[in-house]
Design a protein around this ligand. Structure first.
Ligand code: NAP
Length: 278
């Protein structure tokens, strides 16, 4: 009788172990590449930023994101992503405003406890040939595209230093590498981001803070929607992969740079352009 009880309790403990390890395995399978990481993305109400917020949440990250004019879209995104099970919070904040960026990072750290990944994605175009480009068109693009990156990185650095780790991802463009007629302001701002990224990688590498840039090529979003059809067809034809990219394809590369799979990658500009500049 005693030995029967022993056998049953041994069988029970084996069953318990089996069920427990199955649970652990299932939990591990459910964990994403960014499980537990706290990510802040600027300009995620639409386009590439929105796709990044979605992909990061799918990979288990807690995501804070900003928007400026698209308030309804920002609020809807917060609601939609919260259903994926991680902490999600949208902030209305102007990335080009130094003080607002400081406030934003302060609020993010208060809300999430730490900051692991910063993605500087907010950007605009104000295209014109140089002959017709106004001072305002130049200044606005510089403020939103380039100064915003300085603002956010400057505001985040103390937190990254305290944590002894961090990954910064800045969104530049193939136009910042090659230049583009009619986009001197945009190209200059995006080229500036590349110089800034490499400098920060050099300054902060010894503290285990990485800084990389991604350079999307032609990606179908609201930003590129207004372009002339004939020009778009010519561009597509010149791309080795013969098509435009999607926001999700850009977001996938950002997931890599945010994850520990890129732990030894810093100071790089990763082109996501279907081979456009090859
Ligand atoms: N699409 C492409 O082919 C392409 C190619 C290369 C690089 N990029 C770069 O990728 C990034 C995203 O482009 P996209 O095509 O997704 O553009 P998009 O659809 O026009 O979205 C731009 C995002 O930036 C936000 N934003 C603009 N000004 C802001 C500010 N001052 N503060 C905070 N957020 C601001 C917008 O938010 P609100 O609407 O709320 O203002 C929006 O969420 C940009 O940096 C762009 O230069 C795009």
């Amino acid at each position: 009788m005693k030995s029967n009880t022993k056998v049953i309790s041994f069988a029970n403990s084996q069953l318990y172990l089996l069920l427990n390890s199955k649970f652990i395995l299932l939990t591990l399978l459910k964990m994403g590449l960014l499980s537990g990481k706290n990510v802040l993305i600027t300009g995620a109400s639409r386009g590439i930023g929105r796709a990044m917020a979605e992909r990061f949440a799918e990979e288990g990250a807690n995501v804070g994101f900003t928007y400026l004019s698209s308030v309804e879209k920002g609020e809807a995104l917060q609601k939609e992503l919260s259903e994926k099970g991680t902490t999600i919070k949208g902030y209305r904040s102007d990335a080009s405003d130094f003080k607002a960026a400081e406030e934003l990072v302060g609020n993010f750290v208060k809300d999430f406890g730490s900051l692991d990944v910063l993605v500087n994605n907010a950007g605009i175009t104000r295209d014109n040939l140089l002959m017709r480009m106004s001072e305002d068109q130049w200044d606005e693009v510089m403020r939103v595209n380039l100064k915003s990156v300085f603002n956010l990185v400057k505001a985040s650095t103390r937190t990254f230093l305290k944590q002894k780790q961090g990954s910064i991802i800045n969104v530049t463009s193939v136009v910042g590498i090659k230049g583009n007629a009619g986009q001197a302001n945009y190209a200059a701002s995006k080229a500036g981001i590349i110089g800034f990224t490499k400098s920060i990688a050099l300054e902060l590498g010894s503290r285990n803070i990485r800084c990389n840039a991604i350079a999307p090529g032609f990606i179908e979003t609201e930003m590129t929607e207004q372009l002339d059809e004939k020009m778009v067809a010519e561009w597509k034809n010149a791309i080795p992969l013969r098509r435009a990219g999607s926001s999700r394809e850009v977001a996938d590369v950002t997931v890599f740079l945010a994850s520990d799979y890129s732990k030894y990658v810093t100071g790089q500009v990763l082109q996501v352009d279907g081979g456009m500049l090859t």
